[in-house]
Design a protein around this ligand. Structure first.
Ligand SMILES: [Zn+2]
Length: 168
């Protein structure tokens, strides 16, 4: 379909059935928001008005596009740093989780109760072995529950980090 184009640099208007490359300077021209018939029906003053309006409109449109671009990249930087923070917190959660797992496993497997040398004792609290096993069992359960809590929390932080990283 033929459209009316206007090259601001050469100050010419032309009708073309193409992509609006100016026949004089070879640059891309502005499309005028009128049909060929409407254009031909306009007098010189009317044509000037259409050209000026289209040119001013193009300027402000490109400015809007530039500021929108800037905003997008600023937002990108912000979400990038949020996701980095979330990953760091997740790493801390995982480290605490492994510490809890280690402590729970230790309560479960390391037990020694010496009658004579108290310094040899491992995870012994009172005289009777049965009591100590019960106490260690409770400790182990508590530490594993804590470990799971930190594991889940850390995973949520990682998911949050992925979410913010992909959010544009
Ligand atoms: Zn031109």
């Amino acid at each position: 379909m033929e459209k009316v184009f206007y090259c601001h640099d050469c100050n010419i208007s032309f009708i073309q059935d193409g992509d609006g490359i100016c026949p004089r300077c070879g640059k891309k021209a502005i499309v005028l928001p009128v049909s060929v018939d409407q254009w031909n029906a306009l007098d010189e003053a009317g044509k000037e008005n259409v050209k000026r309006a289209a040119f001013n409109n193009r300027e402000s449109n490109s400015q809007v596009a530039i500021s929108a671009d800037k905003k997008v990249s600023e937002n990108g930087k912000k979400t990038e740093s949020i996701s980095r923070t979330l990953y760091v917190v997740a790493a801390v959660m995982y480290i605490i989780c492994s510490a809890m797992l280690y402590k729970g496993y230790d309560k479960l497997t390391n037990y020694y109760n010496s009658e004579n040398y108290i310094s040899l004792n491992k995870n012994a609290y009172v005289g009777g072995d049965a009591y100590n096993y019960i106490i260690n069992g409770t400790y182990a359960t508590s530490f594993f529950v804590l470990a799971m809590g930190f594991l889940i929390t850390g995973t949520l932080f990682i998911l949050g980090g992925i979410y913010f990283k992909n959010k544009k």
